[in-house]
Design a protein around this ligand. Structure first.
Ligand SMILES: O=C[C@H](O)COP(=O)(O)O
Length: 218
């Protein structure tokens, strides 16, 4: 499984990049809105200069024709741009038309297995089931990830399942165990995934014993 970072902050991308575990970045209008009016194009290009992998930029148009035109524009910003298109009727047509043109599409706001199936059949490169938002309304978001993975693998579809709207470290573990090809995580999850109190206590104990053994000055 790969990890993507779910952020539009170049500082957060740079901070995470040093670990070498981030293979791509996903953005959306809500994340961009936190960035104080920065140009979307400029920010995507800044991110692409740091992370050599797929960078998702989201379309906001509401008709298929407009979505395709917007997708062409976003895709022209950098060769690594993947366009995000929400799954509705206009979106499905746009996914099909974009994929025929060779524009890679990350289909976003997926909340059902049938939406995932349709998106994959239309040519999506990535399927983004929104785990946390399903959990928020009392459904099992991770079950949708499992269903998406099973559908893609059973039928040999080329789409990759990108578990999105992940909120806590257990979501990442569960997405990995469910067979998600990618999990996109908010930057705050990285230290939470890394940290364990027994690791910290173990380091302290080894250092104490290293002092006793004369390996370190007291
Ligand atoms: O990948 C997830 C999107 O950024 C949505 O996350 P959210 O449901 O926590 O807003």
């Amino acid at each position: 499984m790969q990890l993507f970072l779910d952020t539009a902050s170049i500082d957060e991308v740079r901070a995470a990049a040093r670990y070498g575990v981030i293979s791509g970045v996903t953005t959306n209008p809500s994340l961009l809105a936190k960035e104080g009016g920065v140009s979307y194009r400029q920010r995507i290009q800044e991110i692409a200069a740091v992370i050599d992998g797929p960078i998702s930029a989201e379309c906001i148009s509401r008709t298929a024709d407009e979505l395709v035109a917007e997708a062409r524009e976003l895709a022209s910003w950098h060769p690594n741009v993947v366009v995000k298109i929400p799954i509705d009727a206009e979106g499905l047509e746009a996914i099909h038309r974009c994929s025929r043109e060779g524009i890679r599409v990350n289909v976003t706001l997926i909340f059902s297995a049938n939406q995932a199936l349709l998106a994959a059949l239309a040519g999506a490169a990535y399927l983004s089931p929104f785990v946390g938002r399903l959990d928020d309304v009392g459904h099992d978001g991770m079950e949708l990830v499992r269903q998406c993975v099973e559908i893609v693998e059973t039928h040999g579809l080329k789409a990759r399942v990108l578990a999105a709207s992940l909120r806590h470290p257990l979501h990442v573990t569960q997405a990995a165990l469910a067979g998600a090809h990618i999990a996109t995580i908010p930057p705050s999850l990285l230290p939470q995934m890394l940290k364990h109190p027994l690791t910290d206590a173990g380091i302290e104990r080894f250092l104490d014993d290293a002092r006793k053994a004369g390996l370190l000055k007291a």
